[in-house]
Every structure is written in C-alpha cells, then in structure tokens.
Design a protein around this ligand. Structure first.
Ligand code: GCU
Length: 333
C-alpha cells in the first residue's frame, strides 16, 4: 500500500482524493501509519497501540496499519508534535502539557486536582459533550487532530535525596517538570524550583544531579528505571496526568468513511484496553521498584492540597476554560 509519507507528500487535497477515489466503500487509500511514542515496549501504551495496529490492519484488509516507534526514536514529544503537524510522522502520543502550549484551553485538563481518578478522567475526556470543539481546535492552525487519550495515572514526586512529607522538604530542590508554564508554577507552589526537561533526558538528569527530583506515575518510574537513581517515592498524588493520541489532520481526512468508522471503533477498544492494562501495570511497577530498592512513603496530603488548589483560579482565564473545568468537576462522583 501507499505509505503515510507518500500520502503526506501529495499534500492534503490529494490525500483526500486518493482515499475517496473510485467512490463508495472500497477506498484505495491506506497507509502504515508511523506513531511516535516516548515509552518502552513494556509500557501499557506501547502494548495497547501495537495491538491497535494489528486489529486495524485485520479489519481493513491491510489498508491501514500502525507502526509504533517507542523510546523517542522519532523524537521527544515536542519534536514528535511538530513532525505530525508537518505530516512527516502520522501519529504521536503526547502529554497534555504539549498541547497546552498550542491552545491554552488544553491546560484545564493538566491542572492538579481536576480529575479525582482514572475512571473520572477517562469518562470526561471521551465525552464529546464535555470536550466540544477542543479536539479539532488545532486542525487549521497546526494540522493536528486529537483522537482521545490514555491516562498517565496519578503522578507523585520522587527524589534522589530522601522522602518528601510536606512542601518544605522540596525547598531549594530542583524538580523536573514537563515543558509547561502550568507545571512550572505547580512545582513552585509545591516549594521546589522547576526545571523543564524532555522525558528521555531525565534518567541522566537525576543521575548527574542536574535535577534532584521528578514527578510521574509508578509505571514510568519503573519502565524508565528512574527508581535506580531516585529511590525515594512520596505519594503526593498531585494530579492525574493525561496523554493524547494525535494524528495529522490531512491523513485523517483522507480516510474513507468506512475505514474511519473502523478506525474509531478500534481506537476506542485501544484506550479501553489501556485503562485495563494500567491498573495491573501500576501494581507490578510498585512491586518491581520495591524489589529494586525503592521506598514508597505517604505525605501530608492536606499540606499539598492547600498549595495546589489555588492553581485552577490562577490559570483559568477564559470562559471556555471555565466551562471545561466546570464540566469536568461536575462529572466527578
Ligand atoms: C508520562 C507520560 C508521558 C510524559 C511523561 C513525562 O510518562 O505518559 O507522555 O512524556 O510522563 O513526564 O514527560
């Protein structure tokens, strides 16, 4: 079949014509879509996306397939986002923090305390009544369509130097955050000094002392081996993180109606599978990290909640953001 690169090289209009040529259901369009991921092959996101490709290929008689490139081999998230926008990579998993930099409405779902848990988050972000125009908002400006997402689970802080109980234990410490103004402010609110950095640089950053601490979920803590260099995990549970699946808008528009329906159905099965895998992967990561010498301790949660809660009022500036926030909170139990 035609590769995604060739399709993209034809330009958007041509891709649409190709896919609909001949009219009716049997579109000739198709591609093995290259997907950029910054996780290892053991991570639930890789496993679920790899299965996505297999099912999609089978259901479309091989017209459409997904080839997942793990470990930032197509670039770290900031670059991957640009490559999907350009059409030289077809899809990527990017953290919500990356999209916040293109449209500030996305920051609402990156706030601490906006989601209570994974179930709440997944129901909100896959409810078109809530998301409205958000997921198509980058199509004209950046040729990016958001298809939905995967949970990053609850994120907590881990350090090279010892457990954290209150924000005071982060004073004078460099905490790595994702490239996001909101998360820089979040780190500072928690008492740390913020160092934005790409995910793939973090192991070395912790090891060399460029940063003293980081924050993530247990699955990444384990699969990235960060527990080896920062063995003190403290359960701040400051936010439930969110990854989005993005696709080049022209490529998506070039899909026949029938193939698009199959694609949507298989993608839904994919994020549902991911949520199921997530719970088990989290338990396994904790056990494995403990075996590897990591300690997991509780924090003074109220002390953290007190400094995190004001961030919503500080960062929500528009009616659209407020509406998204209110809808997300209204869906909480
Ligand atoms: C999680 C998330 C990634 C993100 C990473 C990070 O692992 O799933 O998308 O890049 O955190 O902290 O950068």
């Amino acid at each position: 079949g035609v590769t995604a690169l060739a399709l993209a090289a034809c330009g958007g209009g041509d891709a649409t014509e190709d896919a609909t040529a001949g009219g009716g259901g049997a579109a000739e369009g198709g591609a093995t879509m290259r997907l950029a991921l910054n996780q290892t092959e053991e991570h639930p996101s890789y496993i679920a996306l790899d299965n996505f490709g297999e099912r999609l290929s089978e259901a479309t008689d091989g017209r459409w397939d997904v080839d997942v490139f793990p470990n930032e081999t197509l670039g770290a998230q900031q670059e991957a986002l640009q490559l999907v926008s350009d059409g030289s990579v077809d899809m990527a998993i990017v953290s919500g923090t990356q999209l916040e930099n293109l449209n500030e409405d996305f920051l609402v779902f990156n706030l601490p305390k906006v989601f209570d848990d994974v179930e709440h988050q997944m129901s909100v972000i896959h409810d078109p009544e809530v998301t409205g125009d958000l997921y198509t908002s980058l199509e004209e400006s950046n040729k990016l369509t958001v298809l939905g997402g995967f949970t990053q689970g609850a994120r907590s802080i881990y350090t090279t130097y010892g457990p954290v109980e209150t924000p005071a234990d982060l004073a004078g410490k460099k905490l790595r955050v994702q490239e996001s103004d909101l998360h820089i402010a979040m780190a500072e609110a928690m008492g740390a000094s913020a160092t934005p950095m790409a995910f793939g640089e973090l192991y070395t950053g912790l090891q060399s002392g460029v940063v003293d601490a980081a924050e993530n979920n247990e699955v990444s803590y384990w699969t990235q081996k960060h527990y080896e260099v920062a063995p003190n995990w403290s359960y701040t549970n400051h936010l439930v993180g969110l990854d989005y699946l993005i696709i080049n808008s022209d490529l998506l528009a070039g899909m026949s109606e029938d193939d698009r329906a199959i694609f949507d159905e298989e993608w839904k099965a994919t994020y549902e599978e991911h949520t199921e895998l997530w719970a088990t992967a989290t338990e396994e990561a904790i056990t494995s990290a403990k075996d590897g010498g990591a300690t997991f301790t509780e924090v003074d949660e109220e002390a953290f909640t007190a400094v995190l809660e004001p961030l919503a009022a500080e960062f929500i500036k528009t009616d659209t953001q407020q509406a998204l926030y209110d809808a997300a909170r209204a869906a909480a139990k």
